[in-house]
Design a protein around this ligand. Structure first.
Ligand code: UN1
Length: 509
């Protein structure tokens, strides 16, 4: 396959890299990457050994000594070149994302576009690592703060956004002066290698040292080496709440820093004052896009009783028109789930809704006729449910949309906030009082709250992340860069006296 070759993917790939070269021998333990499109094997990747891991950390520590002293705008210039390389490889990398992860090609391209966008953002940010100046209470003293890099940033990313989430972290961390160790998902190792090949080209061209952008490959064990490792002051982890709690505990025990971007249970409130057609379209993208495997996917639709039936019927109409199949085909809107386990989880969830007293009113079945060999194709499901069903309280990584009914806005907001997660949220209404209430302190409790915009598909310019069990971290735009740096407060005395703060007299003569 041409695009694999162009991205430097071979039959067996080395899964450990210090930036410009890959480590290891081809006899090492490997993991196989299978495409969810038809279950066939794409290529193998070696798993990082402990010895290789320690080599990577040592190399990263060395690189940090040099990289931290490169002026931030010059670091931005390297990220600018990475953005240009990504533009050149957009189609090939987008295709690999589709091939290895299963999202449709349009979304694969969108993911690479997010990488390009964050590169552009980071280039600008590299000239804007601003610190404040303060007025000292002492005469002829100057006070200011400056931001310094932390060191090695450990990045643990998930299968569903195998390249974009890495770059939100890596490009911002890089202009801040950090070096990276990245462990992607075991389900998408080739995406990591392809991105590593792209950044390596830029590093080589600029005579930069090994060890700025590093890659390790493996499962839980490799992740634990990172979270336990005091040489990694910051761990940014994306994944399940269960995983995030473990990361928080381990990194917290050594007083390291974390950025956690964990599960969501995102809802849209649709008021009787909504433009229902807009609400329906946003809901469908949010619930069936990426086959329901975004952390921002719309899982709950909280609909006013006056428009409940109308919206339900319209949704079923649109769902009926959605093409499910090979994500590389242009007219497909829903590709496969990542693996068999995901299909099982979906089936289990649907059974639980019925057991709790809800009703699956549309879809949910496995599509054997669409099955390309072992691809996991399912029809997205709609279920009428109650917010307090155990299964509705959980994030099932599959295209299931729970319909909930409400009669007044306070009730809708209370249902909306009545889950443990707090990532993304939205309201569809043309009524300004409802919109502003939703955005107010008594409204949505999520990190992202939108009006007449769905829950998924955030732009990179905003800070991305959520509250409660979503983990509290913020990545990507706004001032998320601050989490990758340490704040240093500086006081300079340029007088010929030694006055103390708070007017304390301490005469030593
Ligand atoms: C994720 O699912 O982990 O807002 C990230 C969105 C995308 C990112 C999702 N820009 O849906």
């Amino acid at each position: 396959m041409d695009f694999l070759k162009k991205l430097g993917i071979e039959g067996t790939n080395l899964g450990t890299s210090t930036g410009q070269q890959f480590l290891g021998d081809e006899g090492a333990e490997t993991i196989s990457s299978h495409t969810p499109i038809d279950g066939s094997q794409i290529a193998d990747t070696t798993v990082t050994t402990r010895e290789e891991y320690d080599k990577v950390v040592a190399q990263a520590q060395e690189a940090f000594k040099e990289w931290r002293m490169v002026p931030a705008p010059k670091r931005g210039e390297i990220v600018r070149q990475i953005g240009l390389e990504l533009r050149k490889h957009k189609e090939d990398l987008g295709r690999l994302v589709t091939y290895e992860m299963g999202k449709i090609y349009q979304e694969g391209l969108g993911e690479v576009q997010e990488m390009i966008d964050i590169c552009d953002f980071a280039v600008g940010q590299s000239r804007m690592l601003y610190g404040k100046t303060m007025q000292s209470e002492r005469p002829e003293h100057r006070m200011y703060e400056q931001w310094q890099p932390l060191g090695i940033t450990g990045i643990i990313s998930a299968f569903n956004f195998p390249v974009a989430v890495y770059s939100w972290n890596a490009m911002i961390a890089a202009i801040c002066g950090n070096v990276m160790i990245w462990k992607g998902s075991e389900k998408t190792p080739l995406c990591g290698i392809a991105v590593q090949n792209i950044t390596a080209k830029v590093l080589k061209r600029n005579d930069l040292p090994e060890g700025i952008f590093n890659l390790v490959t493996g499962g839980r064990e490799v992740g634990e080496w990172m979270t336990e490792d005091e040489r990694l002051p910051l761990i940014s982890a994306t994944g399940s709440i269960r995983m995030g709690k473990e990361v928080a505990k381990t990194v917290g025990a050594r007083l390291g820093k974390t950025i956690l971007e964990l599960g969501g249970n995102n809802a849209i409130i649709v008021s009787e004052n909504a433009d229902l057609e807009m609400a329906a379209r946003a809901t469908v993208f949010g619930s069936v896009g990426t086959c329901g495997q975004r952390c921002t996917s719309t899982r709950r639709l909280i609909v006013h009783e006056d428009v409940f039936d109308e919206l339900k019927d319209r949704l079923i109409e649109i769902y009926d028109d959605v093409n499910i199949g090979n994500p590389l085909d242009e007219d497909t809107l829903v590709g496969p789930l990542i693996d068999e386990q995901a299909t099982e989880n979906m089936q289990k969830a649907l059974k639980e809704v019925e057991k709790a007293g809800g009703e699956v009113i549309y879809g949910g079945e496995e599509l054997d006729d669409t099955k390309l060999k072992d691809g996991q194709y399912v029809r997205p499901a709609i279920a009428v449910a109650e917010n307090d069903f155990d299964i509705v309280q959980e994030e099932t990584f599959a295209p299931i949309l729970y319909l909930l009914k409400y009669s007044d806005l306070d009730e809708a907001i209370s249902k909306h906030n009545g889950v443990k997660q707090g990532l993304s949220s939205s309201i569809f209404t043309l009524n300004i009082r409802e919109a502003e209430t939703f955005l107010s302190a008594r409204g949505s409790d999520c990190g992202i709250a939108n009006v007449n915009v769905g829950t998924s598909g955030a732009e990179i310019g905003g800070a991305f992340g959520g509250e409660k069990e979503t983990g509290g971290g913020r990545e990507s735009g706004s001032d998320a860069w601050k989490a990758y740096m340490r704040r240093q407060t500086n006081t300079i005395n340029w007088s010929d006296e030694m006055p103390l703060a708070q007017g304390i007299e301490f005469d030593v003569d």
